[in-house]
Design a binder for this molecule. Sequence first.
Ligand code: ADP
Ligand code: MG
Length: 680
Amino acid sequence: MASLFRVPIENMRGVGEKRAKLYRKLGINSVGDLIRYYPRTYEDWSTPYTIADAPENTACCIKAAFDRSYSPVRLSGGRTLLKVSVTDGEDFMTITFFNQLYYYDKVRSGGEFLFYGVVKHYGEYFEMTSPAILDKTDQGIHPVYSLTAGLTSRMIEITMHQAMRMLPEKMNDPIPQNILDEYELCDLDFAIKNIHFPENPEAVEKAKKRLAFEEMLVLQLGMAKLKSGSRKETASLKIINDYTSEFTEILPYQLTGAQQRAISDCIQDMTLLSYPMNRLIQGDVGSGKTAVAAAVCYTAIKNGMQCAFMAPTEILAAQHYQALTELLKNSDIHISLLTGSVTPAKKRKIYQELESGEIDLVIGTHALISEQVHFRALGLVITDEQHRFGVAQRSALIAKGESPHILVMSATPIPRTLALMIFGDLDLSVLDEMPPGRQKVDTFLIDSEKRNRAYRFVKKHIDNGNQCYIVCPLVEQNESELQSAEEYIEKLHNTPLQSCRTGLLHGKMKAKEKDAVMTAFAAGDIDILVSTTVIEVGVNVPNAVIMMIENAERFGLSQLHQLRGRVGRGKTKSYCILVSDNDSDTSLERLGVMCKTNDGFKIADEDLRLRGPGDFFGSRQHGLPELKIASISSMDIVESTQDAARKILSSDPLLEEKEHRGLMFETKRLFEKVGGEQLQ
Ligand code: ADP
Ligand code: MG
């Protein structure tokens, strides 16, 4: 099988240079690629219907013979309407072709054919338009492939038949026999033959199950290999002593159990491992990630390291700076803030103090990766909200130390199984416990008829000196009924909120403009911030107590939860108002989950259950290779392959053994497009 990946697709009969180009568009360069190009769906030509029994509105196969033809009709635009009548012996059906002279002549030449299409019933009269046609000997289940203009499924099918004949008698199965047995999977021969040319519908299911398992297994193995690959170097700076108890003495509150566990995970990594720590702290908004970061920095710094903490925006960097300065104020730790808006003179001073080692902890934006920044001993790099940073940016900061320890913080609750897959190269600590006394944000679902009442509710809170967020799904209005942020502000002039000071925030604004609006809002100079989802990440304005979300049905649950996390951060009781006129059961169920719970992990689980793992991530970039058949499609497969991968790697961590050679090959192939060189 592996050798077929070296046979170019041009070698196939009927595939010239031009058609090969089309194949390449589909990612098919070799015969091996072709064989691994699975059908999108199937057409069942195996059991033809009689004309009278054909289902309505569903394409099906009819076996019928030529009866008579009608004279061609010329249509405007140079098209020709061609009609024939066919019969199955009982009833008659009119077949209509547009310009398809070839098929018209073929049917007119007489005999029986298979026609595939939708049969329209008009009383006693039956009609099928532009059907696919095969010879009656071609009865069976036929594959339907995703196409590009110029290729048809039938062309691919014919070439695929050719490719099938090139397969060895017995293919090398990348999945070892014991795994096939344990998970009741068919072998590769059966799977490949039946995914393209199934004997029956059950065979398709078997083949799909096995191929999806294989793909997901290969993905899991690849992620695991990425992880071990990043662990070749040794950490230059190690932790000798744990100063956490000293840190807790200066902390104004007691750490939660989850915080303690996360901190000790980190300290252990930095003490015991021969390679640098590479850990993700996942915690819902408000779970206290800052204190964990502070504790880890504290011990790192007391062991002689410098720490760098990078946030995606100036505002977030400034907030972290304030919070960490406050937490560490009773220590002798020297902290600085470095962002783009720091004056040149101040910057020069910071550069100098970083190089001399005077600054222990620097917090900043991507200004931290500027060329002028040099550290004396950068031992720990922390990034906040990692999905906002490109890999390149993170690596640039990491490169400023010698294999520093890495800590990533994420406030996006992701179900554990998925997190393991996506952040496969990171170890995971979860803050699954909230600090005591955190208030619950009361959440309501209303329809737009109640919007004015909601406005009066908002007005009352603004009169009390509080602030409010209103989130809309779009920036500019389009034809649809979705609320756009820009128009929304205009409309507020005719509502109880007309006298309030409003600000607009959306992703199309420049970073500077966004920061200015956020700063004004944080300073209390804006009462109502009308925004798109750009405020999703980490902003802290404790005086804002209402989060109103328009067209709430348009958002993912996890996204709604992130938005809701912007309120309930101060002492005042806070509210989330979801506005939606969508009264479908699924929408009501999803939004109902928001009203019932404030627990981000529960919400993520529900989101996963309701939308399925494929949609869970939406368009969010997750850096996984593209899957052909598994598409993170079922939790079952994710879990069972995780299990299988663990077993395989425990006996052969580098996939070096002969029986795992096929898996190694497939792993490299899958990761080729997302930087597979790391897998060598
Ligand atoms: P996040 O995980 O969203 O970054 P923060 O670190 O901002 O959360 O913490 C949220 C709030 O909870 C802060 O006001 C912080 O002071 C407080 N906090 C964090 N840990 C504790 C704790 N163990 N006990 C009491 N309050 C805590
Ligand atoms: Mg935070």
